[in-house]
Design a protein. Structure first.
Length: 366
């Protein structure tokens, strides 16, 4: 679906729910429906909102800072600037559109903003109506165009890793490597990292979300790198764990076990299987080897415009996977007094199996 078709689907849902218009403020949802790319600095500082009437053309509302970019990026909708803030513009615009019930993304709007907006609109006899999850549900199934963008993001991520890997030497710090990865991403055309790069060596690799520090890399010690980038709006996410120089027998044993769990889960992914079942396959392999308590996070998550989105591959998600979904498969074992090993690839759910987007598996088999 293109943006226009996505908007039509939202409008049909608004009409069924008897909601006159929807205010879209979540940045990824806004981009998904309009093509408007700016991110928000934080949840309290918006670069604009998308107003979708149930029966009329949508409009993008923003301020002077983003006018030129908005007019270049959006298609099939007008761009309207607010000079005194969003609320004063809505006070004028909503009555003109005949809006009596305004939907909003309840999972994203700040409570303080909700209270202020509710009071202002109540005085105009306009009701705020929570409207959540539909856009995120639409984003779960990727089009082939989206899958191709995600594939290119993954391949560029792999190319960045391969270039930096060749220059990793004992004596460098975790920060040195993280900076090299992120600068190489930019140099090769990425918009930015898709999350803060994780580089952890030795015992620190037992921290699943370790923050790179001034710890020096040592030969024959575990090194975990979890990295991703954004290319054309779409994210990648990959983890590789290896040893500069010579790996110990213990490292090889655990690495092979994690890889076994990853392969088994990947081979089972297909349209119609539950997310919980996939998680169980990998978790059982690790638990049967005696490391069940050392694998404490979910097996994976969805990736798209956001690096973490649905569906989650976890024991709590009983929903079934559908063709076109993209998920990570990232089992791990973390031993506090030794270190950790996590391996992560991204895969596309297909009718009869799955497609692994990562192509370079050199770092996975040892």
């Amino acid at each position: 679906m293109n943006c226009g078709q996505r908007i039509e689907k939202i409008q049909a849902s608004l009409r069924r729910r008897k909601i006159d218009a929807l205010l879209v403020s979540q940045p990824h949802n806004r981009r998904y429906l309009s093509g408007y790319t700016p991110a928000d600095h934080d949840i309290g500082e918006s670069s604009g909102v998308l107003l979708i009437p149930a029966r009329k053309a949508p409009v993008l509302l923003t301020d002077f800072r983003f006018q030129i970019q908005a007019e270049r990026e959006v298609e099939g909708m007008a761009v309207i600037l607010y000079t005194k803030g969003l609320l004063p513009l809505l006070k004028t615009l909503l009555p003109e559109l005949g809006v009596k019930t305004l939907g909003f993304e309840s999972h994203y709007m700040l409570h303080s903003v909700f209270e202020k907006t509710k009071d202002v609109l109540a005085a105009m006899d306009i009701k705020l109506q929570p409207f959540s999850s539909l856009i995120e549900e639409m984003r779960l199934i990727k089009s082939e165009e989206e899958i191709d963008k995600l594939r290119h993001s993954v391949l560029l991520n792999e190319a960045v890793f391969a270039e930096v890997y060749r220059n990793i030497e004992p004596g460098q710090t975790e920060i040195d490597i993280a900076l090299a990865l992120e600068s190489t991403m930019r140099r090769k055309g990425a918009e930015s990292p898709s999350f803060e790069t994780i580089v952890a060596t030795g015992k620190r690799s037992a921290l699943p979300h370790a923050v790179p520090g001034d710890v020096k890399i040592k030969k024959n010690k575990t090194l975990m790198i979890d990295m991703g980038l954004i290319l054309d709006g779409y994210c990648s996410d990959m983890t590789r764990t290896f040893v500069p120089r010579k790996a110990s027998k213990k490292f090889l044993k655990i690495h092979r076990l994690v890889r076994k769990a990853q392969l088994a889960a990947t081979e089972a992914i297909r349209d119609g299987i539950s997310a919980a079942a996939i998680d169980k396959i990998a978790r059982s392999i690790i638990a049967d080897a005696g490391y069940g308590k050392n694998f404490g996070h979910a097996l994976g998550h969805g990736v798209g415009l956001a690096v973490h989105e649905g569906p989650g591959l976890s024991s709590r998600n009983r929903k079934h996977l559908k063709a076109g979904m993209i998920v990570t498969v990232e089992p791990g074992i973390y031993l506090p007094d030794w270190g950790g090993i996590r391996l992560e690839n991204m895969v596309v759910v297909r009718e009869e199996g799955c497609e692994v987007l990562n192509q370079n598996t050199t770092w996975l088999d040892c």
